[in-house]
Design a binder for this molecule. Sequence first.
Ligand SMILES: *[C@@H]1O[C@H](CO)[C@@H](O)[C@H](O)[C@H]1NC(C)=O
Length: 480
Amino acid sequence: MGWKKGICRILLLLSIVGTTWAQHADINLPAGQDQPNEGEQESRDAGTELEFSYHDHDQMTRYLRAVSTRHPSLTALYSIGKSVQGRELWVMVVSASPYEHMIGKPDVKYVANIHGNEVVGRELLLHLIQYLVTSYESDSYIKWLLDNTRIHLMPSMNPDGYSISREGQCDTIHGRHNARRYDLNRNFPDFFKANTKQPQPETEAVKEWISKIQFVLSGSLHGGALVASYPFDNTPSSRICRSSVLCSVFQSYAHSPSIAPDDDVFRHLALVYSNNHAKMSRGVSCRSEIPRFEKGITNGAAWYPLTGGMQDYNYLWHGCMEITLEISCCKYPPAHELAKYWQDNRQSLIKYLAEAHRGAHGFVMDDSGNPVESAAIRVKGREVTYHTTKYGEFWRILLPGTYKLEVSAEGYLPQEVEFFVIETHPTLLNVTLHSAKRIDGGPYYRPAGPPRPPPAPTQSPGLFSTFTSSINNFVSSIFG
Ligand SMILES: *[C@@H]1O[C@H](CO)[C@@H](O)[C@H](O)[C@H]1NC(C)=O
């Protein structure tokens, strides 16, 4: 490892897990078992048991701290920021390398409780943590998963909303929003339509988080339906319909799918969740006003279009494939049902994350083998651009087939590489980019400007220009 890489790693570590170290520093004694002043519940939670009951913010915090103290080689606890009312936005990493990104291996995540009153996912992530750390030694599949993946679990993105939500409220919106009454899943920048909502601290924290770590795959856990919903959530028709009343009436009933360039992959990912779930794939409707979803999956916009959602943002801004998992008909079911929800979802939660190991991944390097950061990665025919990390890494989840990778970076000659993907094993693709400078020391083929800063999608429409034109084609083909 060169000194540059070393420093990068240390900086990354400092910026990401700085708060974790602080957490560790203020825990002198392992929380839980030895502490007489804690209730019986916490004392058992700190052991290998986790009750099927709801954990409020303080109980959850104690549980997470206890696990990170008890399993220091498999977990790391960090906070990405604070909610409006000052609650920590906790993330627990579970991995054989909890403190450090494993170069060449994917980081993945789940985010739950973005709507404060949709709470099943919040408890399921606590149980997932418990399951992963206690199965590592005994279950070879879990061992493989944690040895090769860093799993970041955020049990609550909206702890303030949770604090006013009430058990047994299946179908209300009380507690859905953050403390300033913003819907956090309408609060992200949107590709299809300008989002004018004031960015909230919880959303800002998540945006910063996912800009620092290249997540490959993600799930957002919700409640109120039983379906795996995949991008896009928003639709270009909200643009072309703006001018006409009739058109917008039509649009609200049309429910046409909004097809992402990786539609095949997203459908597959959604099916992995629904097929491994105890009953999601049966496509049973929760209530009369919710449609029956064929195989338990749906395109987001085909159900209903929305602006400012988190999943489209993850994909288009950061090349992270995220889907939305609606895992309970009742948003806040009675606690005695939690064990059943865990049984129904356990297999799905694990199998879904393992999908980060499907497709192609590799490194982009220069002539001397140094990583090329922020190289643009495109799969021909899929008009969405991913970027390499500071280590030159990239991941592209793809189904079996033959593809062409287009790699380009400022100052280098663009490259095209043909490759194929098989079902059973990811394809490793190392790409060397050659300097655009002529070997004889003559002039550059292209004028070399100053080094370009990492792309900021909000300000660079060029990034999506081809994508836009394919959307326009799509639009003109349906609306003629
Ligand atoms: C690909 O590049 C990585 C990083 O430089 C290296 O560790 C790996 O051995 C290379 N693999 C192949 C097959 O070239």
